[in-house]
Design a protein. Structure first.
Length: 116
């Protein structure tokens, strides 16, 4: 497993007493699979940021793959973070992205025409 090329967007939400992290990014060639998020555990209860490494399995050296930036995404559900953790830092090969941990908000119902 290696770090993916870059992270483009991410979210971290508290849902049903779990932390759900969703990440979208890009890899530098075809053939990458098994995307995952590796969690680096907080050093202490006062740590504000949870570090997450966005990784995937690269193609083998013998595989013939397209050389282009291609999308890759992953979603992972984790136990609740320690008290005081307020944000998640996504680390990739070329950039990082810090997103706040938010509470899940169910979509509002769409009113039907003619209803009050």
């Amino acid at each position: 497993m290696r770090l993916v090329y870059r992270v483009d967007a991410a979210s971290a939400e508290l849902q049903n007493n779990h932390l759900v992290i969703a990440v979208r990014g890009a890899v530098s060639s075809g053939g990458w699979d098994q995307p995952d998020l590796w969690i680096r555990r907080n050093s202490g209860p006062e740590a504000r940021t949870l570090e997450v490494r966005f990784v995937a399995r690269p193609p083998s050296a013998k595989e013939v793959v397209v050389q282009a930036l291609l999308p890759i995404s992953v979603q992972k559900t984790l136990p609740l973070p320690r008290y005081g953790t307020a944000e998640v830092e996504i680390v990739t090969e070329t950039n990082t992205l810090v997103v706040p941990i938010t509470r899940y908000r169910a979509p509002l119902p769409v009113p039907r025409p003619g209803s009050r």
